[in-house]
Unconditional design. Structure first.
Length: 464
């Protein structure tokens, strides 16, 4: 049983997937539904551009038809027999070739007659080319703007996804590092317990110190279990962000490190955000698209000129011995709408309202982004100064713990000093780690606001 358990544990470790921040971002971009939808929208926009160009290209159509009359159509028509008879006798009577006899004349009446042949066919080849159409030209332009809009929307989704992955990944690293600190704290307590027990056996310390050292170990042990549980929860949340199955085991490769940012002054960052923020750029392109739709509606006021040509082959027969004939036609067609109930005017007005609404949204988002940048920069500077103080605090806490251990071994300190020093050291490390995490997450937010997206991720999706 023990061997089986060891084999299972070893197999799970072998199946554990290692993730760096870069690989985690790649996984998320492949699995994220919003990014997939935005990518499909871009693919659709690319197809729309090709479709728009297709309206400016010539069209060639072929059609053919075969008809067989089961019962031929008839129509009333003067009786040919009576007409021919009367005309013949009329000439004979007039020329006095035969004596006048009105009984020879037949009454003139209509008779149902058929002039159609039982079988007929027609085959036609028709070519048409638009020579001038403002609607076609504006449609191509509008499709190009729509393609740009879809591209900016995809960049926005990629930007948001990368920011979310970085936060989730660093959150998991934070839990991983806190667990490591807690385990180090437990090891320090266990080492201290072993030292106290050795001194107790030699009669150098009281039993109370040994009991206190053991209590300290047992107090830290549940914290380790809690940190392990927290890490598992955070890793599961990271899997959700990455779109990975919950049953897959992952191991994070990386550390939370502090690197002072080289962010310029506030005005430069706000300027970058106003120029490069993906959501803002998407709105600006949407405004351009709304204006392009207005131009497309206005284009219906202009005429359309097209050239056409057709070639057809036809034939008819009662017994499939067709008499064939050909026909070829070329020409021009001009069409212009003179009145459509002011529908186009109303559509243009609606489009202008959409442009104004988008302008208001742009102004609102610009103000929001500016406020966000200012807030993040203030928070960033505050945490940066705290980290510098916490670096000093970790050094002091480390020295205090070492001195407390040394004083206790020399008999000038007590177990309470060691316990307090160890708690202070653990807290100092945790506080610094959390500050560095907050500092990095704020940097992620600022980079997202200014649209700082690595080009390699854009190439992966946009050029797909």
């Amino acid at each position: 049983m023990i061997l089986t358990a060891m084999i299972i544990i070893a197999a799970n470790k072998l199946q554990c997937r290692e993730l760096t921040l870069d690989s985690a971002i790649s996984v998320a971009l492949s699995n994220n539904n919003d990014v997939r939808i935005a990518q499909l929208e871009l693919d659709r926009a690319n197809a729309a551009v090709k479709e728009a160009y297709g309206y400016a290209m010539p069209t060639l159509d072929f059609s053919t038809q075969f008809t067989h009359f089961i019962e031929k159509p008839q129509m009333p028509f003067p009786d040919f027999n009576a007409l021919l008879n009367n005309a013949t006798y009329g000439v004979l009577f007039k020329e006095k070739l035969v004596p006048q006899d009105n009984s020879k004349m037949m009454p003139m009446e209509t008779k149902l007659q058929s002039f159609a042949l039982a079988n007929s066919y027609t085959a036609t080849l028709q070519l048409q080319q638009v020579l001038f159409s403002s609607t076609v030209f504006k449609g191509i332009s509008s499709a190009g703007v729509y393609q740009q809009l879809a591209r900016e929307a995809l960049v926005s989704k990629i930007n948001t996804t990368i920011s979310n992955v970085k936060k989730a990944f660093y959150g998991a690293l934070l839990s991983q590092e806190v667990l490591k600190i807690t385990k180090e704290s437990l090891k320090n307590a266990e080492d201290n317990l072993a030292s106290v027990r050795a001194l107790y056996k030699q009669g150098m310390v009281a039993e109370f110190d040994a009991m206190r050292a053991e209590v300290q170990v047992e107090n830290i042990r549940p914290l380790v279990l809690q940190m392990e549980s927290n890490l598992e929860t955070v890793l599961n949340n990271l899997k959700v962000v990455l779109g990975m199955p919950q049953e897959e085991n992952i191991q994070l490769i990386g550390e939370i490190q502090f690197a002072k940012s080289n962010i310029a002054d506030e005005s430069d960052v706000i300027k970058q955000a106003r120029e490069n923020n993906p959501d803002l750029k998407t709105l600006k392109v949407k405004r351009d698209f709304d204006e392009a739709l207005i131009d497309l509606d206005i284009s219906t006021f202009y005429p359309t000129l097209a050239g056409f040509g057709s070639y057809s082959l036809s034939g008819s027969s009662d017994k499939f011995d067709f008499q064939n004939y050909r026909q070829a036609v070329v020409g021009l067609s001009l069409s212009i709408n003179l009145f459509n109930g002011w529908r186009t005017t109303q559509k243009v007005e609606q489009g202008q309202i959409n442009v104004m609404k988008t302008e208001e949204s742009i102004a609102q988002l610009e103000n929001f982004i500016s406020a966000q940048v200012k807030s993040k920069l203030v928070e960033l500077k505050k945490i940066e100064s705290n980290i510098q103080a916490q670096d000093r605090n970790v050094e002091l806490a480390t020295k205090t713990f070492e001195i407390a251990q040394l004083r206790y071994k020399n008999g000038t300190g007590n177990q309470l000093e060691i316990e307090n020093a160890e708690i202070a050291l653990r807290q100092a490390k945790t506080n610094r780690l959390q500050s560095v995490y907050q500092y990095n997450t704020i940097l992620f937010d600022i980079n997202a606001l200014i649209g700082k997206v690595e080009q390699k991720y854009l190439r992966i999706k946009i050029n797909k």
